[in-house]
Design a protein around this ligand. Sequence first.
Ligand SMILES: Cc1cc2nc3c(=O)[nH]c(=O)nc-3n(C[C@H](O)[C@H](O)[C@H](O)COP(=O)(O)OP(=O)(O)OC[C@H]3O[C@@H](n4cnc5c(N)ncnc54)[C@H](O)[C@@H]3O)c2cc1C
Ligand code: FES
Length: 262
Amino acid sequence: MTQYQEKASITRVERLSTQTLRLTMRSPLIAGAARPGQFIMIRPSERHDPLLGRPFSIHQATGSGTLQIYFNVVGRGTAILASARVDDELDLLGPLGRGYQLVKDAPACLIGGGLGIAPLLFLAKERSRGGHHAADDRIILGGRSRADVEPLVEDYAQFGLSLHCITEDGTFGEKGLATDLLITHPLSTDTVIYGCGPQPMLAALHGICVKSGNPCQVSVESVMACGMGACLGCTVMGHDDNYVHVCVDGPVFDARDLQWQL
Ligand SMILES: Cc1cc2nc3c(=O)[nH]c(=O)nc-3n(C[C@H](O)[C@H](O)[C@H](O)COP(=O)(O)OP(=O)(O)OC[C@H]3O[C@@H](n4cnc5c(N)ncnc54)[C@H](O)[C@@H]3O)c2cc1C
Ligand code: FES
């Protein structure tokens, strides 16, 4: 898989809620090679602080060179990114990791929780192009509250796939957890589930899929320093008691290949 180090110029900055922003960049090499579920490392600053790049899922990428990330401000690196302006340049490395393995001839359920709804947009677009089972496909967007889900609803709605929203406090869509909708509206057993979200949600998703027999791919997060398999910082335990690197073996895994704390 080819990776590129590229200076990307920012073409648009959108604040979508009090904590979330979307950056649109021009990055022809990385955008042209990117697959849904892959990520990039961004150096937030040209100075030494912070020194390390920060990993972000690819929110959207086009063949014409547009690349987007959707992120939450949580610390120093993301605060610097949040202050970026149009025409600023960022150092990017990518596309990195293994993305989703799209199964074209089976129905799909894309299920995202919290910031996990960010990378699934690229997958939804890819999926809507495939055609075969688009009418049976389902997208579930979950979050704690309205602000976690509402900003991306229109982006998802454009693909014409069946869209379900759910929030823990009931302020947008149904009330409950994203995984609740798999219990109340069961899927056909051949549906492939593509998940992204916090660890407890993915563990619950794995538990449901073990019982139902649905194939399930999940994108997991880990703290990353290099993003390229060199620092061992991102390892998680595989099902066979061996460590796997989230940055190069993932971030997307078959859920059965990992150990889960239920
Ligand atoms: C493969 C991958 C894809 C990601 N995609 C996105 C995305 O699309 N949008 C987005 O907003 N964030 C995403 N993240 C998380 C993002 O990388 C972190 O939020 C970011 O690095 C924080 O940098 P900071 O300097 O602002 O915070 P720091 O000052 O480094 O940390 C602030 C707080 O955030 C916690 N934190 C930092 N990194 C992580 C992490 N990887 N997982 C959990 N907690 C963390 C720290 O423990 C600390 O409590 C992704 C992470 C990975 C590994
Ligand atoms: S982030 Fe360095 S080995 Fe994965």
